[in-house]
Design a protein. Structure first.
Length: 132
């Protein structure tokens, strides 16, 4: 994922998409929790035409005993891309509560904000603003 993001920032969209396609091609059941973020973001940056990114995120939430706030953030991004404000805000609220519960911060990590601005139109970006 990160290689593709670098290419995107350099204006090489084709090379970025090529890099993301190789990661997105990994079947969701083979994705380890440690690389879930990269797998899902690759799908989202490619437009997630078949919903694989959101599906992988929801599957991780259903099967995971531990709850990482970033997984709920990814779910919120997926729902926002589908214009489901209620589901996006619910997942954002859970993400913030988890960060607070773990004494990890009172809001979402601002390093995740570029994903919001890259992937969502302004109306959906506004849904995320109160959580940062």
């Amino acid at each position: 994922f990160w290689e593709g993001l670098i290419y995107l920032r350099q204006g090489a969209r084709d090379r970025a998409e090529q890099s993301w396609r190789s990661v997105a091609a990994v079947p969701p059941e083979e994705v380890q929790t440690t690389v879930l973020l990269e797998h899902v973001l690759c799908n989202y940056y490619l437009g997630d035409p078949n919903g694989a990114g959101l599906a992988a995120t929801l599957a991780a939430l259903q099967s995971s005993e531990t709850r990482y706030w970033g997984t709920f953030f990814l779910a919120a991004l997926g729902w926002a891309r589908r214009n489901d404000e209620e589901a996006a805000r619910h997942n954002l609220g859970v993400a913030v509560r988890l960060r607070r519960a773990m004494a990890d911060g009172r809001t979402l990590d601002r390093r995740f904000k570029p994903f919001v601005t890259d992937l969502l139109p302004p109306a959906q970006q506004a849904w995320f603003e109160p959580y940062f």
